[in-house]
Design a protein around this ligand. Structure first.
Ligand code: ZN
Length: 319
């Protein structure tokens, strides 16, 4: 029996290896992109190479080019208003703009201003909300008017969780605290607002147990794997991703790049997920596209499952 099993495994081993090693070739939704301001020559934190985009215009064009190259049919983008408006014009249907609170420099506009932008359809997402950089707790009262707005317009909310660049508290953001990125901080808010569509940006890394607990107990919550799929050591990202998949959460994880000022990061982020040897083709399809389509209620028919980007006409996504 044991010999038979071994022979069976040997017979199928190449097929298994091939299945899990197959590069993903389907459509992608990137739920985490940023625009502006340009930082000429800024070294990519993963490669040390200077950015290939030295102006806002270059970054916009190169980001859209990378999106096309990787079959990213929809990108959720946040950043300063002018850069985002330009990105929406250039990217058309492939870009959804989000209200932005980030990096200690860009405050959220007052709720009344955001209301008008949501009414006009200029904004479709609440996020990225990086309250942690400002020392704010996402379950505190300051956030309530924004949550009410998100409920009213039924838009998804992306909240920064986990960490930030090393030394952040000594640089831009003295109020930054690690503890404010703990996903458990969201629990009081989730209990008050069970209808909200919330996702954890950066999947709470490195708060693995807390992330598992929150996703398990609040089935409406999703998580994106942005930034950790290219900035931290790949073995650490894969171990974290595998732990979440093993916990039965593969249908709640979404692809994101967190492209900031390095368009090439989109490629690194795609490779970070695609190279995970434990992901099945079904897992990859779920993480790269299906989970985000379900979470965002994308009501347009994507290229069908099993069709390749290269083989299938992508219709309205062709740019
Ligand atoms: Zn973030």
């Amino acid at each position: 029996m044991r010999l038979f099993t071994c022979l069976l495994l040997l017979a199928f081993a190449p097929a298994f290896a091939q299945t899990n090693g197959t590069a993903y070739d389907g459509p992608i939704i990137d739920v985490h992109l940023h625009v502006g301001p340009a930082a000429p020559g800024a070294p990519n934190p993963a490669t040390g190479e200077p950015t290939t985009a030295n102006t806002d215009a270059e970054r916009e064009a190169m980001t859209l080019e990378r999106m096309r190259r990787h079959g990213i049919v929809l990108g959720l983008v946040s950043g300063p208003d002018a850069a985002m408006a330009s990105m929406r014009r250039a990217g058309g249907d492939a870009i959804w703009a989000g209200a932005f609170l980030d990096d200690g420099h860009t405050p959220l506009p007052p709720p009344e201003v955001l209301r008008e932008a949501f009414e006009r359809g200029e904004l479709r997402v609440m996020g990225e909300i990086a309250a942690q950089y400002r020392g704010l707790d996402p379950s505190d009262a300051w956030f309530e008017p924004y949550l009410a707005l998100a409920e009213e317009f039924d838009v998804p909310i992306g909240i920064h969780t986990g960490l930030a660049p090393p030394g952040t508290a000594y640089g831009c953001c003295p109020d930054f605290r690690i503890d404010l990125g703990n996903p458990l901080r969201l629990e009081p808010m989730l209990k008050r607002h069970p209808e909200l569509r919330v996702w954890l940006a950066h999947a709470g890394w490195p708060f693995l147990q807390e992330t598992k607990a929150l996703l398990y107990m609040y089935p409406q919550v999703y998580a994106d794997v942005s930034v950790i799929n290219w900035i931290i050591p790949r073995a650490e990202f894969h171990a974290y991703l595998q732990a979440l998949v093993q916990a039965g959460l593969a249908d709640r994880l979404m692809f994101g790049s967190d492209q900031m000022m390095w368009p090439e990061a989109i490629t690194l982020a795609v490779e970070g997920v695609d190279s995970a040897p434990f992901l099945t083709p079904e897992d990859k399809r779920a993480i790269f596209y299906d989970n985000a389509a379900r979470f965002l209620r994308v009501d347009r028919s994507p290229p069908g499952a099993g069709q390749s980007r290269s083989g299938a006409p992508s219709g309205k996504y062709e740019r």
